[in-house]
Design a protein around this ligand. Structure first.
Ligand code: PGA
Length: 246
């Protein structure tokens, strides 16, 4: 296994942790991280934690530079009367480099492929790198629709996007998120190949019940450029352990 390839470990904290816990987390995490050329660790906390995280990383000097920041969502408009929403420019302004878009938990709240497409367009225009989530439900998998669902989501979510090199796609089967279930490696590899062919995006991550125990079996695959991790990213030791394997 060479380490010359670029690899991502994206920590999706969802609606967990307070500002004080974020500081404690980072102060515990940073000393545990080993240098790994080509690896990028992206911390995606909720909006109110971003500035705290950015300040803590800055104050931590070179170690702090081992982490990038990302958000978990954004609105597609750049500013305006959208109570409760957050714009891509606001996120870039607090130090975000990435933004997760189209996560299945947001799709379940009513986000459509068309809405996600508008968000991807705005994120690219603002200079953020979207981490676009796609994936099939359990029913779609059981009825053999996985490849068709991925193609449909990618076609719609990436419509009119020419800068494919700005985008990461995360393959996240809905049935694998937070369930402890994972697809076989060959199913993941098939899905990643479909994603590359259908989208023209080359950087494809896997997400869904990744943890320090499941990660090692997925690591050798050339089809997987990194991982999007939810619950196992909430503990600094667990996140450091996974990051140091990359
Ligand atoms: P999980 O979540 O690692 O807890 O399964 C992944 C995600 O929702 O991005």
């Amino acid at each position: 296994m060479t380490h010359s390839r670029q690899r991502w470990l994206v920590a999706n904290w969802k609606m967990h942790h307070t500002p004080a816990q974020t500081v404690d987390f980072l102060l515990e995490l940073l000393p545990l991280l080993k240098r790994r050329p080509g690896r990028e660790i992206v911390l995606c906390p909720s909006f109110p934690l971003l500035e705290t995280a950015a300040k803590t990383l800055k104050a931590s000097g070179t170690k702090g530079k081992m982490l990038s920041l990302g958000a978990q969502n954004a609105h597609w408009e750049f500013s305006g009367a959208f109570t409760g929403e957050v714009s891509v420019d606001q996120l870039a302004g607090v130090g975000c480099k990435y933004v997760i878009l189209g996560h299945s938990e947001r799709r379940q709240m009513g986000e459509t492929d068309q809405i996600i497409n508008k968000k991807v367009q705005s994120a690219v225009r603002s200079g953020l790198q979207p981490i676009l989530c796609v994936g099939e439900t359990d029913m779609e998998r059981r009825t053999g629709k996985t490849q068709a669902v991925l193609r449909r989501q990618l076609r719609a979510c990436l419509s009119s996007i020419s800068q494919k090199n700005r985008i990461l796609v995360a393959y996240e089967p809905v049935w694998a998120i937070g369930t402890g279930k994972t697809p076989t490696l060959s199913n993941i590899e098939d899905a990643h190949q479909t994603i590359r062919q259908a989208s023209g995006v080359t950087r494809v991550l896997y997400g869904g019940s990744v943890n320090p125990k499941t990660l090692p079996a997925l690591l050798p695959s050339k089809e997987i450029d990194g991982f999007l991790v939810g619950s196992s990213s909430l503990d600094p030791e667990s996140l450091a352990h996974m990051a140091n394997l990359l």
